[in-house]
Design a protein around this ligand. Sequence first.
Ligand code: MN
Length: 322
Amino acid sequence: MSNLDLKPAPTVCGGREDVSAQPVHELLTGRVVPLGESTVVRRLLPNLGRRMVGAWCFVDHYGPDDIADEPGMQVPPHPHMGLQTVSWLHDGEVLHRDSLGSVRTVRPRELGLMTSGRAIAHSEESPRPHPRVLHGAQLWVALPDAHRNDAPAFEHHADLPVAAGGGGLRATVILGSLDGAASPGTTYTPIIGADLTLAAGTDARLPLERDFEYAVLAMSGAAVVDGVPVEAGSMLYLGAGRTELPLRADVDSGLMLLGGEPFEEQIVMWWNFVGRTGDDIARARADWMSGSRFGEVTGYDGATLPAPELPPVPLKARGRVR
Ligand code: MN
């Protein structure tokens, strides 16, 4: 998915200053952002006061939406740099096309993982015809400096490992590893992404890494995370310093666990790009607009997405103030 904000604000993030070394409860609500003509998404990251969780730097939750009589998702070809995109569905289908020539339909609980490296372009659309309901999340992972200029790649993993849960909990490992189960998805920093299905009556404890910081995104139902009720469409930041996470649910509920080692490097994020300096971003924007570097997406029925204007103030990585 793309950041379709017409005036995206630059975000400077990364570093240790914002990371809570101790367990905390920080409830984050999503900012509603229109996506195309008929869809809205709830943007959980970056959020006011909370910009990253480990290397996770962008989280949108959308749906469940009835798109039976709608085009559904229609995100025209757009570029990415310096990040990985994770497409994760609970309902529906998304057809991915990219400038490497990949054409893939991503289905519920399959991992669509695109590593932009230095440059890639892609489109995402609801196939025609498509299932009635669309519900999912789009997430980005910042690439560390040593890999941000790597060659682009797209992976599709339909058969992801399930960590031993118990107590009504089922954990599908999307990225990284959890309780001995490891995802085949390529990662570049110590990170975890897991899909948590809680059957009605769940009372379970999930093992965590003490050095990771964590957040839980609520997708559906009404789960109670470490004693805190988390409504669908919101996210609970948990900090670091935990070795387990108590989870309860009285009704069937769906969550995503996001976490990782705090991301030490400072990054500059603007529109669909992650760089280190304002110049990185300005060059990427100019290259996209001149049709160089990012390649071409074939097969999408429509024009490419133009980049918004750069903000008048130069983008600069700087120390953060909270
Ligand atoms: Mn995208």
